[in-house]
Design a protein around this ligand. Structure first.
Ligand SMILES: [Zn+2]
Length: 246
């Protein structure tokens, strides 16, 4: 048996046997790991509020020979998303981040860049921001998965699209000029393209000072989520629930 103690983010849980929970955990050291929290439903003592999605914990767990699931022994909360009052949008945004990581990452592969990204957006969401960290996360996940298309050129004719509205399609890669737009394409404003470039150059903290109502860069968020969905080959339930990009 190998014991691990390290930072992790709780992604989701589901009931298992009578009073146990299976937990999908994103660990810094080993990437995504699945484990059993024994008696977690019956006893609050060991896990308490530490099993809420997107809780940042120091996890103690044990790998066991010939067992697919690790044994989760203790979670010490480092930061909890429920330490402040939560509203619907923030809860859904937290679940969105958890769902994307859970769907996007294979088990057992460390992904430090994704881990740092998750902690950075979690910080912002914990102080009540929703739309900026969600947009930032969705765009960066596309880039880290190699799914982010180039926004500066038309994918069909190669035209330079600097400073122009570009057209995006839920079913095809890349963006196009107006002349080459595909059926069902939607516009991505020049302002949102510039914002995407800032997101890739800057840190989340630098954007946090600016007002981000839900309407701001909604087209960019829609585009980032559609690109994630196409790359993952499935609909992201939390994004749908939030209807955040309409
Ligand atoms: Zn074109």
């Amino acid at each position: 048996m190998i014991e691990h103690v390290g930072e992790a983010i709780v992604l989701r849980t589901w009931p298992f046997h009578e009073s146990d929970l299976v937990v999908s955990l994103f660990t810094r050291e080993q990437g995504r790991v699945k484990g059993v929290a024994r008696h977690a439903l019956r006893s609050q003592r060991r896990f308490g509020g530490a099993l809420e999605p997107m809780t940042h914990v120091r996890a103690t767990y044990v790998e066991r020979p010939r067992q697919e699931l690790v044994r989760l022994d203790a979670f010490e909360i480092l930061t909890s998303p429920i330490s402040r009052p939560v509203d619907y949008a923030r809860t859904a945004a937290l679940q969105f981040v958890a769902e994307v990581i859970d769907e996007a990452l294979p088990e057992g592969a460390a992904e430090d860049a994704v881990f740092r990204l998750a902690l950075a957006v979690l910080d912002e969401m914990q102080v009540g921001r929703v739309w900026m960290p969600m947009t930032y996360f969705a765009l960066w996940m596309n880039r880290l998965m190699g799914a982010m298309p180039e926004l500066g050129h038309c994918a069909v004719c190669g035209l330079v699209l600097q400073g122009a509205t570009v057209w995006t399609s839920a079913t095809s890669d890349g963006v196009t000029c107006a002349d080459d737009r595909r059926a069902g394409s939607e516009p991505l404003s020049a302002e949102s393209v510039r914002l995407a470039q800032r997101i890739f150059r800057g840190r989340v903290k630098e954007l946090a000072e600016e007002p981000w109502p839900r309407e701001r860069a909604a087209d960019l968020r829609r585009f980032a989520i559609q690109t994630l969905e196409r790359h993952l080959g499935e609909r992201l339930m939390t994004a749908r629930a939030l209807e955040c990009f309409r």
